[in-house]
Design a protein around this ligand. Structure first.
Ligand SMILES: *[C@@H]1O[C@H](CO)[C@@H](O)[C@H](O)[C@H]1NC(C)=O
Length: 200
């Protein structure tokens, strides 16, 4: 069915283009001059990546992409950051890393104009505008469903540890972390402690 449509399309387009064949993708409208480019492009829509990695099963569009990927499994890190020396197995990971040093923030929020280093950070940030996570951390842009969650999170940035152990003075961000720590002194197992707490 698809093939016959393609034939019609090729004939139609070849007349339009003065005898020059053009293959148009029926899914997205992109045009291609050669069969191989057209076939390769089709894989985007069919999800068929014929070059499979024997280690992890991930599929790739062509052999060179697969070879580039194999380095992930050898543990080699040939892409080194000139700024701090950290190594990366994939060049794209190095490019993302280097934004730490350059301060580059290529992902802009269409809603408020705020810029982000990673696309994932932008996606997470956008939940602030959808109302899913309306409480935003001014420090890192992370959103939270509840203001109490934001308050607890902000201690990461301030270094605040309001739950202090009376025995040794060590501070904890979270009351449950303090309770777990105190089991050292009480010699109670955590499970027995939880039983005590939940008793009415
Ligand atoms: C975000 O980046 C855009 C484009 O580079 C720039 O015009 C804009 O001023 C930046 N916004 C902020 C808040 O820095």
């Amino acid at each position: 069915m698809r093939v016959s449509w393609l034939v019609v399309l090729i004939l139609f387009l070849s007349q339009l283009h003065d005898g020059k064949k053009t293959l148009q993708c029926l899914e997205c409208g992109q045009s291609f001059r050669t069969n191989s480019h057209f076939n390769r492009h089709q894989m985007i829509h069919t999800g068929e990546w014929p070059y499979k990695c024997g280690e992890c099963g991930k599929g790739f569009r062509d052999n060179s992409d697969l070879i580039r990927h194999l380095i992930v499994h050898t543990g080699e890190r040939p892409y080194e950051c000139g700024e701090c020396g950290k190594g990366f197995s994939v060049s794209s990971h190095l490019i993302v890393h280097q934004r730490i040093h350059t301060g580059e923030r290529p992902y802009e929020c269409g809603e408020c104009g705020k810029n982000f280093t990673l696309s994932s950070s932008l996606i997470r940030h956008q939940m602030i505008h959808t109302g899913e996570q309306p409480y935003e951390c001014g420090e890192c842009g992370k959103g939270f469903r509840k203001s109490s969650h934001l308050t607890r999170h902000q201690m990461i940035h301030t270094g605040e540890r309001p739950y202090v152990c009376g025995e040794c003075g060590k501070g904890f961000r979270d009351s449950t972390d303090l309770i777990m720590h105190q089991c050292i002194y009480t010699r109670e197992s955590l499970t027995s402690r939880i039983t005590v707490i939940s008793r009415p």
